[in-house]
Design a protein around this ligand. Sequence first.
Ligand code: DQA
Length: 147
Amino acid sequence: LNILVLHGPNLNLLGQREPGVYGSATLEDINRLLETEAKALQVKVSVLQSNHEGVLVDTIHGARDQHSGILINAGAYTHTSVAIRDAIAGVNIPTVEVHLSNIYRREPFRHHSYIAAIAVGQISGFGPDSYRLGLQALVHHLRQNQP
Ligand code: DQA
C-alpha cells in the first residue's frame, strides 16, 4: 500500500506556530514519526505540504493511479474548501482527516469540516499522535476492505 500524506497551509510553521495550541513538534518530526509508523505497518508514504489550495487539489488528482489512501490535515482549508472536498470525492480514494488540536474545543468556525462527510473518519486532538493513529486507522480500513 502507498499512502499519500497531505499537510495543508501553515503546517510548515509547526514548532514555532502557536506552541500552546499545536505543541513543539516540527513538521519534520511528524514526518519522521509517520515514516516509523509506515515501516511498522509495512506501507509506503509520500508526503507533501502546501500552502496553496490548487496545489493540494492537483496533488489529490495525481493520486488516482498511485495511492490507495490519503491522510490529510488540510489546516484552515478544512473549514473553507469545497474544492478540496470535491477533489477527494472525485478521485474516490479512501481518506482519513486528522488534526493536531481538538477542533471541537476551539472557536466555532473550526467546528465544521467540509472534508469530514466524505472521509472514512476523523481524528482530532492528539497532537502528532493524531497522524500516527490516523495512518493506522487508514491502513486497517484499506486492508479490511481489500478484495
Ligand atoms: C488544524 C486545525 C485548523 O483549524 C487550523 O486552521 C490548522 C491546524 C490542526 O491540525 O489542529 O491549521 O488543522
